[in-house]
Ligand binder design. Structure first.
Ligand code: 13P
Ligand code: SF4
Length: 301
């Protein structure tokens, strides 16, 4: 039996749903029940009624699924699948920051640990950060964490004077303004779409055509009639973009933008995860209860 068939069979036997992020390996995306961005997968984790969730993504995503579904079993197939951005702030650091700004509203990007979410008022993803910040009363001070590029983008879109945590994603930081300039010369007329985590200065974001979450990029891919599109995010997204629209050439702005954490999970890990029931992601109930408030506010927004 092929590895793919083994996984399909085990999924049935265990009554498991396989969720995969847009940056996962192509063969993992192809087997998943649902593929999408962080917000979409959080919603699917709640809507699907199977008792086991296998999360082909990174740890904070599996933790989020567990917080939202305390009675389900959540499995992360490879424990090395962390996130450099989520590691840039600890709950202790956030508590110290909050003490310096009493009464401030804390908005945490979903790329954070469960402990950090428990210290936050709102969660957001790249697809709803602007909406969530816009809904906060204008007289409230805001602490936004941990991605300074996403924070700066939201600050400019909403006009809100937020305090930003100085964190970034090691993959998106690689995207430099000079690469955008170069791409404009090499591919004249080709639209450039970018994820709001892109660095290295916000000039990258100023000079691209569209700033979109990974699902936003997929919608753009379906609709565009441009012969070529340059894509400034992790290269895993190109798989679905090319499937959705085979007539447009989707090219990476930075071919080296490969998230090592997202690529940890392969089909053998997923098969073993289903077969052996590993690795179970648990969040202490007291932390989960506090973190759930900020996530539920995000999902309801
Ligand atoms: P999305 O929410 O756009 O899927 O992004 C998640 C992520 O980790 C980006 O690096
Ligand atoms: Fe984290 Fe960056 Fe990888 Fe996204 S691309 S999971 S933010 S390290």
């Amino acid at each position: 039996m092929s590895l793919e068939d083994e996984i399909r069979q085990l999924k049935e036997e265990r009554r498991a749903v396989l969720l995969a992020h847009n940056y996962q390996r192509p063969e993992v995306q192809d087997l998943a029940d649902f593929v999408g961005d962080s917000l979409y997968l959080s919603r699917k984790a709640v809507e699907d009624d199977r008792p086991v969730i296998v999360f082909a993504g990174v740890r904070f995503m599996a933790e989020t699924a567990k917080i939202l579904n305390p009675n389900k079993t959540v499995l992360l197939p490879d424990l090395r699948a962390g996130c450099g951005l989520a590691d840039s702030i600890t709950a202790e650091q956030l508590r110290t920051w909050k003490e310096a700004h009493p009464g401030a509203v804390v908005v945490a990007y979903i790329n954070t640990s469960a402990e950090v979410k428990a210290e936050s008022d709102y969660c957001c993803t790249s697809s709803n950060a602007v909406k969530i910040v816009s809904q906060i009363p204008a007289d409230r001070e805001i602490l936004f964490l941990p991605d300074m590029f996403l924070g700066d983008y939201v600050r400019r879109r909403t006009g809100r004077a937020m305090h930003l945590w100085v964190g970034d994603c090691p993959v998106h930081t690689k995207m430099r303004p000079e690469q955008v300039d170069h791409a404009r010369i090499e591919h004249p007329g080709a639209p450039i779409v970018a994820h709001p985590e892109c660095g290295c200065t916000s000039r990258v974001l100023e000079s691209v055509d569209r700033i979109l979450s990974t699902d936003g990029m997929l919608r753009f891919a379906e609709e565009t009639r441009a012969p070529e599109v340059l894509v400034a995010t992790e290269v895993g997204i190109l798989h679905r973009m090319r499937r959705l629209n085979p007539t447009t050439r989707f090219l990476p702005l930075e071919p080296g933008a490969i998230c090592p954490y997202m690529k940890e999970t392969d089909l053998a890990d997923i098969r073993d995860s289903l077969r052996l029931g590993r690795w179970v992601i648990d969040v202490p109930p007291a932390t989960a209860d506090r973190a759930r408030r900020s996530l539920e506010r995000m999902i309801a927004a």
